[in-house]
Design a protein around this ligand. Structure first.
Ligand code: SAH
Length: 388
């Protein structure tokens, strides 16, 4: 079988330079190729005309630029667009464009001179292995990691879609809040952040690239030794016994250890930046005033801001979770604000097309058979109910 060609998409500049050195070429070819791929959006090596014909022909034999196919986007009335990005293994993940919004907290943008933004929410895995109780992605099971090309390709494709629509701002912010747990696909995610920030590629500042994690403690520490992109942590509960249920990963890495890892990462971020704590509000589960007080106490002294996300319902939910009413949400938020914790409420967007937080499912061939187990459990409980 012919060996797969090296995909140049998503390869960090340093790796691309070594790649060229390895085939006896000048390392600066890397910069030339990057301009073609990311600036000119050219994927055909033969069209990279400032490279000699003979090198193009040699390069074409060993390498290519493979971008994941995007399905036609679905647009919601609030401007959110959702695409399916197809992987090389015949599966699909979801990518969501949120125009004029920053998901999470964008520092340096609170001075009233807010520029228009195009935030892209990207996936890092096909499905997710963590199975948080309130998230649709987990219910699909897990079927592997995306490659760095499949991660970067989502931004590349969305950028091209924007250009086609005549929007020349391009993607201004990227959040790893789509399907998957980015820190469980560490190297490819790290390579992708490298390219997102590289001036010859997307040139997005580290403050506008956000990795969101359910709390893979050792990987948060590893992250600090590699990068200082923005970090969001899916906290969702102020106490272990509750978080154990909502985010099962908590049984392995409880809250105290998670916050220690956050302190470690904060040292890397320096004095002026903070971590975002995401908190999905579920009616009667984690949204009481007492929960807000516990949360405030937990976060006091930590450079953290809270991002409240009202629960987004999804069909596979078997817990009967509901979004709290606006009054309950408001009192939770004021509980935190009164305790001096910077807190913002994320507006729900894209929910009518299933593109809101926690609603992304893609097309996952479930290796874990988790979806089957959920269906089986339903069948059993239905039978039980039908027994007189
Ligand atoms: N695995 C990563 C990134 C994906 S989730 C993480 O856990 O951070 C992105 C955000 O959406 C997380 O904060 C997640 O907890 C939240 N979320 C998941 N399901 C949700 C739902 N049904 N309603 C609202 N927010 C949800």
């Amino acid at each position: 079988m012919a060996e797969a060609k090296t995909n140049l998409l998503g390869m960090p500049r340093a790796a691309l330079r070594s790649f060229f050195a390895g085939i006896g070429e000048k390392p600066y070819r890397a910069e030339q190729v990057m301009r073609w791929i990311y600036r000119a959006k050219v994927t055909d090596i033969d069209a990279m005309t400032d490279i000699s014909r003979s090198l193009r022909s040699h390069l074409g034999e060993i390498a290519d630029v493979r971008v994941p196919e995007f399905s036609a986007g679905t647009q919601s009335s609030d401007g959110v667009v959702k695409w399916l990005a197809h992987t090389e293994h015949g599966q699909a993940v979801e990518t969501v464009l949120i125009p004029d919004a920053s998901v999470g907290w964008e520092e340096g943008n609170l001075d009233g001179t807010t520029k228009r933004r195009n935030t892209l929410c990207i996936s890092s895995q096909v499905g997710c292995s963590l199975d948080c109780s309130f998230c649709a992605t987990g219910k699909q099971g897990f079927n592997g990691n995306l490659t760095r090309a499949e991660i970067v390709g989502q931004v590349w494709q969305a950028g091209r879609e924007l250009a086609v629509r005549g929007d020349d701002r391009g993607i201004t912010n990227v959040v790893f809040m789509g399907m998957g747990e980015p820190l469980l696909n560490f190297e490819p995610v790290l390579d992708a952040t490298d390219i997102l920030m590289d001036d010859l590629a997307f040139g997005i500042s580290k403050r506008r690239v956000t990795i969101s994690t359910a709390g893979v403690v050792p990987r948060i520490r590893d992250l600090a030794s590699h990068t200082d992109v923005s970090l969001a942590v899916s906290l969702h509960a102020p106490r272990d016994e509750l978080r154990d249920i909502l985010v099962p990963l908590n049984r392995r890495y409880p809250i105290a250890e998670l916050l220690d890892a956050c302190r470690h990462y904060l040292r890397r971020l320096g004095d002026r930046r903070s971590i975002t704590m995401e908190y999905t509000l579920i009616d009667g589960v984690n949204d009481s005033v007492a929960d807000a007080q516990d949360l405030a106490q937990l976060l006091t002294g930590l450079r953290a801001k809270v991002n409240l996300i009202p629960f987004n319902p999804f069909p596979e939910d078997r817990n009967g979770y509901r979004r709290p009413d606006p009054k309950r949400i408001a009192s939770f938020q004021s509980g935190l604000l009164n305790a001096g914790i910077a807190t913002m409420l994320r507006t729900t967007r894209g929910d009518e097309i299933g593109a809101a937080c926690g609603q992304l499912t893609g097309t996952v061939h479930d290796r874990t058979r988790r979806r089957m187990r959920y269906l089986a459990r339903d069948a059993v409980s239905m039978q039980t109910r039908m027994v007189p």
